[in-house]
Design a protein around this ligand. Structure first.
Ligand SMILES: [Zn+2]
Length: 381
């Protein structure tokens, strides 16, 4: 840790707080729902141009249907740190017309302000500080990936993220902090299943006995599925969406549920997948179709991750910035990178609250602080 540089970096970034705020306002006001290629590509082009102005080697990873991803590289030596940001939000086109970026005291409110456009601003300005202060290490490579589909499972970006992960020594994920400012050193794995029951339709009055009631069968399955929850192991299953039947006077031929799964331990994922695939109908005349799985493995707090966090904590203390660590029940691209055995620090983005909710906000004064922490961490060997 270089104490002298820490203060220089922090001062530089604090003097840029207004510029950081302006950029975040601009990004929040750019629509970018995961399923809207047109708007995602506009934002990607804007960010690519910004990255070029920061002397990065920039590549647009064009996608046929998903929004384009962007890769930026600084330096030519062996891969040091991979930074991850996602450009998509959960907010549909039209949201910013109703609810544009607004500033209320130290809060910047608006769709994606915290998750994770704030993290994009933090990354860009951390790189700017290193460049303008002539601190950018010449002997190593830093890479930033901005992917467009994190909120819907990173299906088109997972491969490039995993390939780049294996070329770097560590991964920093710029997802928002856990309030009031913690890095995430542990995340649950996340999965989703759909269970469909097929029964047999019949007249509820005339032929009740001939029918096979798919809703009754599903009701029994739901009890079983909810019963796979094991708080001791950190495993939860949540039957969250249900549907089925046509009219009350018809024995329902079909019913279905969607199930959210969270696992804390690696070995729980295949266990739950086997339990779900092993579901058997109570009524032999009914049939079940189970699909889905655990898409994101858990991010486990390894000794390497703890060590990395320890360095960040020391830098934060030196800068006089509060920093803590926390675990999260939600998944991110950090789940993929940590599962490859590459130490991953997550939640390094902006401080705020209300992700995916209408009251989402980023704490403005945290922008320079988090960027300073990131910049100093990028200087670590
Ligand atoms: Zn996010």
């Amino acid at each position: 840790m270089q104490t002298k540089n820490n203060q220089k970096i922090l001062e530089f970034l604090r003097s840029r707080q207004q510029e950081m705020t302006d950029l975040l306002v601009r990004l929040v006001n750019m629509e970018s729902p995961s399923d809207h290629k047109l708007s995602l590509d506009v934002q990607s082009d804007f960010l690519a141009a910004h990255l070029r102005s920061l002397n990065a080697g920039v590549e647009i990873l064009a996608q046929p249907e998903a929004g384009n991803h962007v890769k930026a590289v600084w330096g030519t030596g062996p891969g040091s740190t991979l930074m991850l940001c996602h450009t998509d939000t959960v907010w549909p086109v039209g949201t910013t017309a109703v609810r544009p970026a607004s500033i209320q005291g130290d809060r910047l409110c608006g769709p994606g302000a915290e998750d994770m456009k704030g993290g994009i601003v933090v990354s860009l300005f951390a790189m700017r500080a290193l460049l303008e202060l002539n601190l950018l290490p010449a002997d190593r490579r830093l890479t930033l990936i901005l992917n467009s589909d994190e909120e819907i499972g990173s299906h088109t970006s997972r491969q490039v993220i995993e390939e780049e992960t294996l070329k770097h020594r560590r991964v920093f994920v710029m997802e928002p902090a856990v309030p009031p400012g913690a890095y995430k050193t542990q995340r649950k794995g996340v999965g989703e299943f759909t269970v469909k029951v097929k029964g047999l339709a019949a007249h509820a009055g005339a032929d009740h006995a001939k029918g096979v009631n798919a809703i009754e069968e599903l009701a029994r399955q739901i009890i079983t599925i909810q019963g796979f929850t094991d708080y001791q192991s950190g495993t939860t299953l949540n039957v969250g969406v249900i549907g089925g039947g046509t009219r009350s006077n018809v024995v329902p031929a079909e019913a279905w549920v969607e199930v959210d799964v969270r696992v804390e331990r690696l070995e729980e994922a295949p266990k739950i997948e086997a339990l779900m695939q092993g579901l058997k109908p109570h009524d032999p005349k009914a049939s079940l179709v189970v699909s889905g799985g655990v898409g994101r493995p858990p991010l486990i707090r390894t000794p390497q991750i703890a060590e990395l966090y320890g360095r960040a904590k020391a830098i934060a203390a030196d800068m006089g910035i509060p920093l803590d660590e926390a675990s999260s029940g939600g998944g991110s691209d950090g789940n993929f990178t940590a599962a490859l055995g590459v130490p991953t620090l997550d939640g390094m983005g902006v401080v705020g609250d209300g992700a995916h909710a209408v009251d989402e906000f980023a704490v403005i004064s945290s922008l320079p602080e988090r960027a300073a922490l990131l910049a100093a961490m990028l200087l670590e060997d």
